[in-house]
Write a protein that binds this ligand. Structure first.
Ligand SMILES: [Zn+2]
Length: 238
């Protein structure tokens, strides 16, 4: 699969919903600025997962300048791992409902303090993993979206939130972050074009290099050239 083939497939495709979710926003840094400039320049929205306990005033001021092209949402309170064994989790099995509720509620309060009403009540659990206690806490706190990594199990239902999860990670994380080969990324996007769910591209500005930025830029251009593709926020996907 190459760019031209993807372009042709998009032209012949049914309408395609796409979103870009960038995680781990905490401070004003060059890679965050570059990402914000890229999406603003392409007139496409990017969803930003903010770490409430680490958010700096400088980052809040930076985001305010891009309010037309971003949707701010809540990531883990501190992005801290609390599991002693097994896979990393901030909202994992070793944490009680009360512990999880407290972290999400204080994150929510911090989001309100930093952004007022200018953020969307979506929650991204760090490492894209959480438990039934997390679901219950999000429901009680009135969250409208839970975004994890898409799995084969059917999306959760019966809560205040809908699950809108990412379907493709640009990076591989074994022994440090490595951008997946372009061919592999384009093939994955091509396969997902036939699915009925939105295509969710997961970004991490902190590890994005020139190659990763160029890939995202090219993808935004390819999507824009097709009248069948739309780039969304969580708010307008609901
Ligand atoms: Zn994260």
């Amino acid at each position: 699969m190459n760019w031209l083939e993807l372009q042709q497939q998009l032209t012949a495709s049914k309408p395609v919903e796409v979103f870009f979710r960038d995680d781990d926003v905490d401070e004003d840094e060059p890679t965050l600025r570059r990402l914000l400039d890229l999406f603003a320049g392409k007139n496409a929205p990017v969803i930003l997962g903010v770490i409430p306990a680490k958010l700096t005033d400088e980052a809040v001021s930076l985001l305010a300048k891009f309010s037309d092209s971003i949707e701010i949402v809540q990531h883990g309170w501190q992005h801290a791992n609390h599991e002693l064994t097994g896979r990393k989790c901030e909202f994992g099995h070793s944490r009680s409902f009360d512990e999880q509720f407290k972290d999400i509620a204080r994150g929510q309060a911090q989001m309100h303090e930093a952004f007022g009403h200018d953020w969307f009540p979506a929650f991204i659990p760090p490492w894209n993993r959480c438990t039934a206690n997390t679901h219950q806490a999000l429901d009680q706190l009135g969250f409208r979206v839970l975004s994890q990594l898409h799995s084969v199990t059917s999306p959760l239902t019966g809560f205040s939130f809908q699950e809108i999860s990412v379907t493709l990670d640009l990076f591989r994380w074994k022994d440090g972050a490595t951008l997946k080969p372009q061919e592999e990324l384009l093939s994955a996007i091509s396969q997902q074009l036939t699915s009925s769910q939105p295509i969710g591209i997961m970004l991490h500005h902190k590890v994005m290099n020139d190659e990763a930025f160029l890939f995202v830029e090219r993808l935004l251009e390819t999507l824009r050239q097709s009248s069948n593709a739309r780039v969304h926020t969580f708010g307008n996907l609901l």
